[in-house]
Design a protein around this ligand. Sequence first.
Ligand SMILES: [Zn+2]
Length: 423
Amino acid sequence: MKRKILIFIIVSLLLVATAFLKKSFSAVNVNVEKKYSFLDNIQKKANITSFTIYGRFFNLEGYINENNSDLTLVFKNDDLETEYSLNLEPTTNKTIFKTNTLINEGINLEELKQGEYLLLLKSKKNDKVIYYNLINDTKYKNLEYYTITKAGKNNKIDISFANNLNKNLFLSCKEENLPDTYYDIVIDPGHGGKDVGASKNGYFESKINLDYALKLKESLENLGLKVKLTREKDISIANYGKNSRTGIPYETKAKLMLSVHQNSSVKNVNKGGLEIYIPNHTNKEFASLVVNNIKKYTTSPISKNTSFKIDEGIYLKTLDKIDLEAIKKEAEKNNYKPYEKATTDSTYYYMIREVGGIITNSYIDLRNPNKPGNIYYNSNHGTEAYLLELGYLNSSSNLKILLNEKDEFVKAISLSVKEYLNI
Ligand SMILES: [Zn+2]
């Protein structure tokens, strides 16, 4: 009798385990071969050299070994085919293709319809339609993305090279709530604890940054967004590692990060006002929205500082030769190889550069044994980040506005986020 019960329990457990395994495998290991009737018509292969997500944008780069200027990318299943244009660089026997050249543009994952798709290259050369299978030439295997919380709902998007014969690049988009540890937006109140940042007449930047960040969090949450602060109190936090300033955006898979600071400079004190620092190779859309809304809702001046200025209130600072020389010298001193990704193309501010993974050339790669490094520098999924220098704390007139118009500033930034993310 006892033996029968034991056998019954074992059989039941086996059945449950089989059902569970089937379920967990089916999520990743879709039977692409049987599912899509058009698969037999795929005759050629294209190689993928990069696939990344930055902010809300998915981007692909790759090549085919022939000259072809009639290529598009398609998301395809048996019912529908969505076509995306590509930037093409055709030469005699090779064509390089890119979904975009700016990192905050490309395939907007927020706009994808729920469903399952194969990603293929499509050629219409000489009016003949040919599909190319996408082969993975990268060390990365998959990407996971949750859409921005809208009316309490999210879609989960999985992009991976399927486990089928052709290793097709496959994308699925289905409704699934944002996991507890994931967020839509991260706000980083600069400095904190012993590091007070700029100060004037007993006012500390670290404290003002936190006041603004807390208020902004509340305002963005009222839009239905899930918001995380890098610090919620007047404490110092690590720049690198788990649960750090740069770690949190990766860990929470945030789409956007705003680093809140106040400026200070004797040289620019009379030119003071708002300065927004943006990542290299991005469009200025978000920064322009903030500048225009700050002008509309506050009495704050927009900075007249001309160093690194690319537009009204918008600044782009990249590493210069002196910075690179310092990086090289430090590497020589500590006996390690300087990271080749640190170039004059890299964004200067670490809070912008280091949260973008390989997309923004994060370069602190743990080779210096004397310094903590960015443990996430190699990620193919990054957070779109901006540094907001709201005003000059050492300017009495700027300080007065910053202290009196917090609600107006927050309204302007919050509305900019709303417009930019299309909420
Ligand atoms: Zn600061």
